[in-house]
Design a protein around this ligand. Structure first.
Ligand code: ZN
Ligand code: ZN
Length: 255
């Protein structure tokens, strides 16, 4: 993979339970390659199989980090096996596993014995982080059932923000000002107050407030799945004045 193009690959675009358990969209997470660094964000169920079958021949052994934004199953189902794959079954002590504190321990999702395998275990929380060539800030804790954080990444001055699962809150836009590419997890076509997820109206509001160069929506719930996504892209782009794209499984963004 070294010296190839830098990219963000949306291996999976499934959001929440029903799209995940039916695999109408994959829940394999997001792979980023930048310079000599490879990271995998939120390996949900099917991540390892998806990666190994990928036409680009992504190699889990080349991962420098596996990052969980939070412990919910659609983000963490394959985290243990990905740690094994990153560390060649524990034989190569390398890489970092980065996750919120509540992903570890008795009610967590990461097997204790696997914590010996990576070179580093890093607790995700508000602050600054770096993995190889990739730097990122965690600017706020999200409003979501589990302990959840967004990732504001800096690729040589190009800022890509993965806001992650969250309920909408007023201060959210302020934290992500200065973003060039804004990635939002949009689960619902209509607001559903009882869930800690963004609806499309809230996502469009955030795009208007943050004013990135472009926005990518992903992590779709069941109500999204039968939509005409090309029409949606046009509608969202014209209503925000920002180029909006609904992600599909396997979509690549060049960095
Ligand atoms: Zn989720
Ligand atoms: Zn969640």
């Amino acid at each position: 993979m070294k010296n190839d193009k830098d990219f963000i690959k949306f291996l999976g675009t499934a959001g929440a339970r029903f799209v995940m358990i039916t695999q109408l969209r994959s829940s394999a997470g997001i792979w980023i390659k930048y310079k000599d660094t490879n990271i995998l964000i939120d390996p949900g169920p099917g991540s390892l199989v998806n990666i190994l079958k990928n036409r680009e021949r992504l190699n889990p052994e080349e991962l420098n980090a596996v990052i969980l934004t939070h412990k919910h199953l659609d983000h963490s189902g394959d985290v243990n096996v990905m740690v094994e794959a990153m560390t060649r079954g524990g034989h190569a002590k390398k890489g970092a596993l980065i996750a919120p504190r509540d992903a570890f321990g008795a009610d967590g999702v990461i097997y204790k014995y696997l914590c010996q395998y990576p070179k580093e275990i890093v607790i995700l929380k508000k602050g600054k982080f770096s993995v190889g060539d990739i730097k990122f800030d965690v600017v706020t804790r999200n409003l979501h059932g589990a302990e959840t954080y967004g990732l504001k990444m800096d690729f040589g001055g190009k800022i890509v923000s993965f806001v992650g699962d969250t309920k909408y809150f007023r201060e959210l836009a302020g934290f992500y000002r200065g973003t060039d590419i804004l990635v939002l997890n949009v689960v619902f076509t209509k607001k559903r107050k009882e869930y800690d997820h963004l609806s499309i109206d809230e996502a469009l509001e955030l795009v208007k407030e943050i004013k990135p160069k472009r926005a990518i929506f992903t992590h779709f719930g069941m109500n999204f799945i039968n939509q005409e996504f090309n029409l949606r892209d046009k509608e969202y782009t014209s209503s925000t004045g920002v180029k909006v794209k609904c992600a599909y499984d396997g979509m690549n963004i060049d960095l």
